[in-house]
Design a binder for this molecule. Structure first.
Ligand SMILES: *[C@@H]1O[C@H](CO)[C@@H](O)[C@H](O)[C@H]1NC(C)=O
Ligand SMILES: *[C@@H]1O[C@H](CO)[C@@H](O)[C@H](O)[C@H]1NC(C)=O
Length: 462
């Protein structure tokens, strides 16, 4: 202990106590779920370690969670072996901006594993300084984290990690690692899914069981409204039967809180993902279409409320800017284009990449019947469509919550039959991207977010 004392001389007493705790063998503490209790702590933490800096930094909420998650010893061992880069959410992101229900979930003792995964997802076992970020609009870098999930670094005006902006690059720099301040919490897929599962189970246990729903053979519709399906189980009808009749979408009634008979708030999830798209940068057109075509967003929200899952292939702004007036002017054209980009399955970058690696070509159904979209492996990524009309998976996993997945692509896709038709027409290029409209868009988006009483994480809304 005496070596320790001199190292920590002059640091705050809270930090001192923490270090004291660190240096004691944790196995004394009778912590049954301690993941590292098998190792005997022999590593000595250096007072200028990034770990010490974290505990004494202004990221007090994160530091507290790291302690609550019993991760100090694991991290101490990690910095003994290699540099680490910590992506530290601002305090506000962990206080009032975090869904209280989610926070409660994280702090329940039974969910320690989820809390640990979540925190380890913010740490990369490698030194990444701000000048290591990929250049503007080059593909994202994929980095493993201390959890078993990857993060993606990219630059879209600002430096980003997944969809969070780096607000304080190189905030704390130490010989064994550094801290970048980020604007919000990153939630790994498995933790989001655990949370959804738990939440759904809770709401389902309050629902009385009902008989199997009857399907009218003539209309393919349910004779009686369907009972909510258990979490994870597919809904009774295929998604096409549940879809409002097209081609111009029938305005679906806006679902009340929690949806008409749904146990998910699908509308909230759709708004969350539109919000994420806006925030991510480079997907304003797609977000714009979803905000403008409220019937489309409502329809998606309704489907998700009823238990359907969706993967949205979102073309980025550069791709959308290449659309011609001809392509957009037909009534219902924007809806048709978007519908061709929605897959009625929950797919992530990883699941699609694994599928194309294994099977070469994979056909996915789309909500634009009967057209399918083809995917294959190309250049270590997933390529959708064929020939000139193809698009690469450019920004993986922009949004994934277990029900809706959004994957950024660098082209607009058309069914192969149509593509040849379009090539013959030579419509004037319309500049879909225009700066001034952004203000209006933001206004609408903020109004939408405000209307659902959602506490906005969207600083531009204030
Ligand atoms: C951490 O990074 C620094 C600077 O790149 C390097 O000198 C040092 O050896 C690294 N430490 C470990 C444990 O790898
Ligand atoms: C969205 O609505 C605004 C205002 O009505 C309009 O100017 C804009 O072109 C629309 N955006 C798209 C992508 O349809």
């Amino acid at each position: 202990m005496s070596a320790m004392d001199s190292h920590v001389y002059g640091v705050s007493s809270k930090l001192f106590l923490t270090l004291l705790f660190l240096s004691l063998s944790i196995s004394y503490a009778a912590l049954p779920q301690n993941p590292v209790s098998k190792s005997s702590s022999t590593t000595q933490i250096n007072s200028n370690s990034v770990l010490v800096a974290l505990l004494d930094s202004h990221y007090t909420e994160l530091a507290e969670l790291v302690e609550k998650a019993l991760l100090l010893q694991t991290l101490e061992e990690a910095v003994g072996k290699h540099n680490i880069t910590i992506f530290a959410p601002r305090n506000e992101a962990l206080e009032r901006e975090l869904d209280p229900e989610f926070k409660r979930f994280l702090l329940e003792p039974g969910n320690l594993k989820s809390l640990q995964t979540l925190l380890m997802f913010h740490i990369v076992p490698k030194r990444i300084v701000s000048k290591d970020w990929p250049a503007e609009s080059s593909p994202s870098f994929r980095h493993p984290t201390l959890s078993n999930h990857h993060v993606h670094l990219k630059t879209h005006g600002n430096r980003l990690i997944d969809s969070a902006e780096i607000v304080r690059p190189d905030d704390v720099v130490r010989p064994d690692g550094l801290i970048h301040g980020i604007e919000r919490l990153l939630i790994p897929r498995s933790v989001q899914e655990d949370f959804n599962r738990r939440r759904n189970l809770r709401s389902i246990s309050a629902v009385l069981p009902e008989g199997a729903p009857e399907v009218d053979p003539r209309t393919h519709r349910l004779k009686k409204p369907a009972a909510p399906v258990p979490a994870g189980a597919p809904p009774v009808l295929p998604i096409y039967d549940a879809l409002a009749p097209g081609p111009s979408l029938a305005p679906a009634p806006a679902p009340g809180p929690g949806g008409p008979h749904g146990h998910f708030n699908g509308m909230k999830q759709v708004k969350d993902f539109i919000h994420t798209l806006l925030h991510y940068g480079g997907y304003n057109e797609m977000a714009d279409i979803l905000v403008n075509l409220t019937s489309l967003a409502t329809e998606m929200g309704r489907l998700v409320s009823e238990g359907y899952v969706l993967t949205v292939l979102a073309p980025n702004d550069e791709a959308m800017a290449k659309l011609t007036t001809d392509q957009l002017s037909e009534p219902g054209a924007p809806e048709q284009i978007i519908y061709y980009h929605i897959i009625p399955e929950y797919q992530t970058e990883e699941s699609m990449y694994n599928a194309v690696r294994r099977f070469g070509k994979v056909r996915y159904d789309t909500l634009r019947l009967p057209h399918k979209v083809v995917a294959q492996e190309a250049d270590g990524s997933v390529k959708f469509g064929q020939g000139d009309g193809s698009a690469y998976l450019f920004d993986p996993d922009i949004y994934t919550d277990g029900r809706i997945s959004v994957q950024g692509i660098d082209g607009v896709l058309f069914p192969p039959e149509e593509e040849t038709m379009i090539e013959k027409k030579t419509g004037p290029l319309v500049k879909v991207v225009s700066k001034p409209r952004r203000g209006k868009l933001l206004e609408v988006a903020c109004r939408m977010l405000g209307a659902v009483g959602q506490e906005s994480h969207f600083s531009t809304c204030q």
